[in-house]
Structure formats: structure tokens, C-alpha cells
Design a protein around this ligand. Structure first.
Ligand code: PEP
Ligand code: MG
Length: 317
């Protein structure tokens, strides 16, 4: 099966009725770009930059180290776009830094991701400068995780402006970036207009969106059976996000595990999704599903699944 799939590497991801679908890779380290290209990804939809920050025993990467890492990912993708997400540590991705990482009562609801970055502006500005500098070497999109509140959006955007001003003052070269937000907290999905006002693109993080919608810790085995991507509430938030983005002419992708699950490809296509970002190992299998799909027929079917009391059953029927 792998050998057969690998023949699809250079085949464009186009549905039977001619819809072009963008299949992107999720990567954790710059060298993963090679696997992304090998799998036929047309870009990186999610570079989880926190992997540069984890396991460092308190000594976080400085601007130069980060710049080199982001530049390596950008150059590794040979001109294809790379979406770099600012650090998302905390909860399921703890730093081992004892000073910052004191036991929190409820880390998934605590100081993680953009909250952690905004709490330490010097650290955040260092990362922003490194990403902006890497953007001089290729197409870079800057993605912000875990935003919920308009004030966090404005605070983040003002720090991005400040990082540019710092580079200007230093006379350092940097490039343009498109700005994106993760939609992974229900509050964000329910206030999409605010996000669409400030950002060029959105990326739906279904891993956390499921966790926060259903109040199920994504890392807790004892409730894993209740972690349900097909819960009608989850599907409603994902479908509405896709529809609202398209209505506003903004690009939207899904970068959570749902995007790489071949049992969900047709449903996401039917909801209107045209951009999927996933582990490189899933790309060719998802492409095969895309090639077999007829979106014009999937659209009414997806509506039925969405309105169903038991979407999993409707999906399987
Ligand atoms: C997500 O939450 O779906 C996501 C892609 O981010 P992460 O898994 O890194 O939290
Ligand atoms: Mg997430």
C-alpha cells in the first residue's frame, strides 16, 4: 500500500469534480521539511516551534539559534510556504524549565501558548524577530496559538509591530509575513468576526477545540473514549468556521489530527474545507481520498451528517 501510495507524490490533489485541495505538512523540527517534501506536501501548514524550546533545562534558544532553525525549515521547503506557529508550551507540552513550569492546578486552562508568550514579552519578541528575519528567505506565515480574546489579539499584533521596529532600528533585514490565528478555543470559533478582522488566515486546531468543547483532557486516558471529533458541537464549530472564512474570502485550514484522518476526509471536503495540514505520513493516504471524492455530492451529505444526532452512525451508513 505504501509503495502504491508513493506514486501519488507528484499527482495534484484534485477532486473528481475538479476542486483543487491543498495538502500541507505539520512539522516539529526544521529537518522534518525533508519528510514533508518527500510526502508531496505543497507547504508546511504548522511548524510547532515549541519543540525548539522543550527539554532545554532553562536555557531557551536565543534569536540567532531560532533564526537559523526557521531559516533551515524555510530553505528546506524549497520555496513552498511555511507556517511557523509561535511557542505553544504548557499543558500537554511542558517545558522542563523548573522556574516557569511550577505545577499548575489545571495546565490546559493555565499559562500556555500565547498566554505564556504575552506574559514574557522579551522572550516573545525574540521569537518574533527570529521569525520575521527567516521570512526574508521564503514565504513565511506567522501563526498564533490559543487566542481567545480581542485584547490578546491586539496585544499580540502590537508586539509584532514592535519586533519589526526593533529590527528596523538595528538595520536587520526581514521579510513580509501573513498573519494567522489558530481557532482552537470555542470562544474563538464563536467570535470569528473579530479574528477575521485582524488576521489574513485562520487554522483550526481540532485537537484542542475538541478538548475545550467537550471538557475532555486530550491527554487523560480515563476519558479518552469521550474524546469525540464527531460530536455534533465540534462539527458545528468546525463547519461554521470554514463557512464564515470562505464568506469573507479568507483562507482557512484544519491542522489538528482530524485533517490527517482518512475516515474524515470526505466529511471535511463536504463542509467546504480545501486546505488540510497533517503529519507527513498521512498526506498520500489523504490525497488518495481526495482523488476519489466528488465534492458536489459530498456537500448535501455533509449537511446531513452535521444535523444528525449520531454523526458517526450517519457517516458510516
Ligand atoms: C491542535 O490543537 O489541533 C493543534 C494542531 O495544536 P497542538 O496539537 O499542537 O496543540
Ligand atoms: Mg493546539
Amino acid at each position: 500500500e505504501r509503495g502504491r501510495l508513493s506514486r501519488l507524490r507528484h499527482t495534484p490533489a484534485i477532486t473528481m469534480d475538479g476542486q483543487k485541495i491543498e495538502l500541507l505538512a505539520n512539522i516539529e523540527l526544521p529537518d522534518d521539511a525533508a519528510a514533508a517534501l518527500k510526502a508531496g506536501a505543497v507547504g508546511v501548514g504548522l511548524f510547532r516551534s515549541e519543540f525548539l524550546f522543550m527539554g532545554r533545562r532553562g536555557k531557551l534558544p536565543d534569536e540567532e539559534e531560532q533564526y537559523q532553525a526557521y531559516k533551515r525549515a524555510v530553505e528546506g521547503m524549497e520555496g513552498l510556504p511555511v507556517t511557523i506557529r509561535t511557542v505553544d508550551v504548557g499543558a500537554d507540552k511542558p517545558l522542563d524549565d523548573t522556574k516557569r513550569d511550577e505545577a499548575h492546578l489545571n495546565p490546559a486552562l493555565g499559562l500556555r501558548a500565547i498566554r505564556w508568550s504575552l506574559a514574557d514579552p522579551a522572550m516573545f519578541l525574540t521569537q518574533l524577530r527570529a521569525i520575521l528575519r527567516a521570512a526574508a528567505h521564503g514565504q513565511v506565515n506567522l501563526l498564533i496559538p490559543m487566542l481567545a480574546h480581542a485584547s490578546e489579539i491586539r496585544h499580540t499584533l502590537s508586539l509584532i509591530d514592535f519586533a519589526r521596529a526593533e529590527l528596523d532600528n538595528r538595520g536587520v533585514v526581514y521579510g513580509p509575513v501573513k498573519l494567522g490565528a489558530m481557532i482552537e478555543i470555542p470562544a474563538a470559533a464563536l467570535t470569528l468576526k473579530i479574528f477575521l478582522k485582524y488576521f489574513d488566515f485562520l487554522s483550526v486546531g481540532t485537537n484542542d477545540l475538541i478538548q475545550y468543547t467537550l471538557a475532555i483532557d486530550r491527554a487523560d486516558e480515563s476519558v479518552a473514549h469521550l474524546y469525540d471529533p464527531l460530536h455534533p458541537a465540534v462539527l458545528r464549530l468546525v463547519a461554521d468556521t470554514i463557512a464564515e472564512c470562505h464568506a469573507q474570502g479568507k483562507s482557512v485550514s484544519v491542522c489538528g489530527e482530524m485533517a490527517g484522518d482518512i475516515t474524515l476526509t470526505r466529511l471535511l471536503l463536504g463542509m467546504g474545507l480545501r486546505s488540510f495540514s497533517m503529519h507527513p505520513a498521512q498526506i498520500l493516504a489523504v490525497k488518495q481520498e481526495v482523488l476519489r471524492s466528488d465534492v458536489s455530492r459530498l456537500t448535501p451529505w455533509a449537511r446531513k451528517v452535521l444535523e444528525s444526532e449520531d454523526p458517526a452512525a450517519t457517516l458510516a451508513a
